[in-house]
Design a protein around this ligand. Structure first.
Ligand code: SF4
Length: 734
């Protein structure tokens, strides 16, 4: 009977398996091998990597190995290894019509560029490394084979005199130890050799060695997976053995030593930089089966989960955490604890003007980034912190839209239907109709400027954001109007400007809001049209008669700023006064004569002349100026009786005729008519007020309809402009 065992833990070293450069080289080689449109042969020049299984796989796919370019012919394709080749290799391939698939690691390429530049400027090049290593040979080939290659402190001493006073540029083989570099530089310092150092040591090897040592000291047993010919794998085994005597070197899943792992419950594993993932997976799977045989329960699933977890690659869109492994000029390598490294290019990082990646990142820093491509076609996982910022920025926009918050954008360029507006890392769109609260024909005047806007739409799936500046301006106006309303009180006398006329009055701007000055409130006298008293643009003082904030209505009065004539009539006029007046209205029973605006008196038919007047119209005309004498003043009834007759010279006065009964009847009829007229006038006034109120209401409705129509038109226009922009954007994206 099996004994119940505790769960077995299998831990992958933090840095393990293919480095970025090897991974890229393998990917490119396999992709090339899969192509079937080649006419010539496909070769690798030397072993692509030190791993038999990989080499065998490539051979099975028709990729042969040649040891020099001379073995290839015109039309053939040759894969350049990650270690790189000298400059002449490329020149020869071009001259002979040989296609190259260049998998030279970007870190190695950087060394080539440095060597070439220094050489062309006449600066001596020192390479610290193994002169027999392919990478060092290739680097030497980029500086005319004139590099001084130094492998240890001894050689540094030997070369010191030769380098003194020349200030050489120093680069390193990517896989040497930091200690070696330090040793050689201290020799230079001691010997007085000035130099310009470029530390080009790749962190991948160092990181693998360090994480191997760390893990080996923490587990019951340590497994190093790698090819026997791989020096970096053997080196890892040496390190593992040093820290844990139960260390095993495993080439592949058929290795018998795997059976010995059954007695351990905490097993660590690491793979050399040239060990492919499929070999790692096979070995770990096999190891798990062996362990499983000794277990009563079936923890296989947990076991495989652990393995899968360590092999799983993040997908585009995932947000990953990693540690900075290497910082270069144009990219940062990020270790995410999975089989491939992440590459964070400088154009995927938000950098301020003049800022470099080195200003932002240090090796060992933790970084959060968004996966934008799980495989860039060259073996790396492409990362972006900028797009993570974009995600955050979109979240900010969503929040701003929800809370109706104001954000600030910069208008960068005009497009079909509107302008592009930049908010942090996001480029949004402002439809032309939302650019201002006035009509905008051409957006050029706005470009380059910064404006406050409101977010009116966010589509995170399609990375779209639409803003409106108009919404802000309209709101600002609304606020300003509200402030004005707050300071308005019924009874206040305020200054205003006559803006426009209607049949029933004039609209007056009283500092940002318009009020209605009804025709009946303009003058104490009667007006047919406001124009009789006012002109557009006149600045006048008006009294606030009523306020209705809900409906946005203000009633104003002009006449109220002057005293009402009847209130002063007792002070200004006396019975017996002779005055000049204007005939303003003629009736059967007499004529109304205006003494001043709003103060009319009646000249009864019997007071028009010294003779009996049959028809008032025969004697007087409207508009005519006449002299009248005040016969009676009744302020309560608002009546003034006037007489023209009393102003006539005595001699003109005709002898008084005796009043007959008929005359008395006629006078009574006329008096009745006067009373009726007064009543009719009053009704007319009321009717006019009603008609004006109806007209005003109709105007209000018209305004409301116009406003609603404008809103609909605005929305339609904005949608149309957005659609135009979408078409343009779609074209650009294509
Ligand atoms: S060890 Fe470094 S330099 Fe060499 S191939 Fe790998 S990533 Fe490139």
């Amino acid at each position: 009977m099996f004994r119940k065992r505790e769960k077995v833990e299998i831990i992958r070293a933090e840095h393990s398996g293919f480095c970025f450069g090897v991974d890229r080289a393998i990917d490119m080689a396999f992709k090339e091998a899969e192509k079937n449109d080649r006419t010539g042969n496909l070769y690798t020049c030397g072993h692509l990597i030190h791993n038999e299984a990989v080499v065998k796989r490539l051979e099975d796919m028709g990729v042969s190995m040649i040891s020099s370019l001379s073995e290839a012919s015109e039309g053939d394709t040759v894969i350049v290894r990650s270690h790189g080749e000298p400059q002449e290799f490329y020149e020869e391939a071009e001259a002979r019509g040989i296609t190259l698939v260049d998998t030279t690691c970007v870190f190695v390429k950087k060394i080539h560029h440095l060597a070439l530049k220094a050489h062309s400027e006449g600066i001596p090049v020192v390479v610290i490394g193994d002169k027999e290593h392919q990478e060092v040979k290739a680097t030497n080939g980029w500086c005319g084979y004139e590099a001084v290659v130094i492998g240890d402190a001894e050689e540094a001493k030997e070369q010191a005199d030769r380098l003194k006073g020349k200030k050489p540029m120093v680069v390193c083989q990517t896989t040497i130890k930091q200690e070696l570099l330090r040793e050689i530089l201290s020799v230079f310092d001691e010997e007085g050799v000035e130099y310009d150092i470029h530390n080009t040591i790749c962190n991948a090897t160092r990181d693998r060695q360090e994480s191997c040592a760390k893990l080996a000291s923490e587990v019951d047993a340590m497994v190093v997976i790698g090819d026997n010919h791989s020096s970096n794998s053997r080196k890892l085994y040496e390190i593992a053995k040093k820290h844990n005597e139960n260390s095993f070197f495993i080439e592949n899943s058929s290795n018998k030593q795997l059976n010995r792992l059954t007695k351990y419950t905490k097993i660590g594993y690491i793979a050399g930089a040239s060990t492919p993932e499929w070999i790692i997976k096979e070995v770990i799977s096999h190891m798990s089966e062996n362990v499983n045989k000794n277990m009563e329960q079936n923890p296989m699933m947990d076991f495989m989960d652990d393995i899968e977890k360590s092999l799983r690659l993040p997908k585009p869109g995932d947000v990953v955490d990693g540690k900075i492994d290497q910082v270069m000029d144009d990219a940062v390598i990020v270790n995410m604890g999975c089989k491939k490294d992440g590459i964070l290019r400088s154009d995927e990082v938000t950098l301020e003007e003049g800022q470099t990646l080195a200003d932002l990142f240090k090796v060992g820093d933790e970084v959060k980034a968004k996966v934008i491509k799980s495989d860039d076609g060259e073996g790396g996982i492409m990362l972006s912190t900028k797009r993570l910022v974009v995600v955050e920025n979109y979240a900010e926009l969503e929040e701003a839209m929800e809370n109706k918050d104001i954000i600030t954008v910069t208008l960068t360029r005009a497009v079909n239907g509107g302008v592009i507006a930049a908010y942090k890392e996001i480029t949004g769109f402002i439809p032309m109709s939302q650019l201002s609260d006035r009509y905008v024909e051409n957006a050029d005047e706005f470009l380059g400027q910064t404006f406050d806007v409101r977010v009116i739409r966010v589509d995170t799936k399609r990375n779209r954001a639409v803003f409106s500046r108009k919404a802000i301006l309209v709101d600002e106006k609304r606020k300003a109007v509200a402030e004005i309303w707050e300071n308005l009180n019924v009874g206040d006398i305020v200054e205003g400007k006559v803006m426009r006329f209607t049949d029933y009055g004039a609209f007056v701007d009283i500092g940002g809001v318009d009020g209605l000055l009804h025709i009946s409130e303009i003058s104490w006298g009667k007006l047919k049209h406001p124009e009789e008293v006012l002109k557009i643009g006149d600045i006048i003082n008006v009294k606030i008669l009523s306020l209705n904030e809900e409906k946005g209505k203000i009633s104003l009065g002009l006449k109220q700023t002057q005293p009402e004539p009847w209130t002063l009539v007792g002070e200004k006029y006396q019975v017996g006064d002779v005055l000049e007046g204007k005939v303003v209205q003629i009736k059967e029973y007499g004529a109304f004569v205006e003494l001043e605006a709003g103060l009319d008196g009646l000249v009864h038919i019997s007071e028009i002349a010294n003779k009996r007047v049959e028809n008032v119209f025969d004697e007087l005309k409207v508009g005519e100026t006449v002299n009248v004498k005040i016969m009676e003043i009744d302020p309560e009834k608002r009546r003034i009786s006037l007489s023209i007759k009393a102003t006539l010279p005595e001699e003109e006065a005709a002898p008084e005729e005796k009043e007959t009964v008929a005359d008395a009847v006629e006078d009574a009829v006329l008096d009745a008519k006067e009373a009726a007229d007064e009543a009719v006038e009053a009704v007319k006034e009321k009717a006019k007020d009603v008609i004006d109120a109806v007209k005003e209401a109709v105007d209000d409705v018209k305004e409301d309809v116009k406003e609603a129509a404008e809103k609909v038109s605005d929305a339609v226009q904005a949608a149309k402009e957005e659609a135009e922009f979408e078409v343009e954007k779609a074209k650009e994206e294509e």
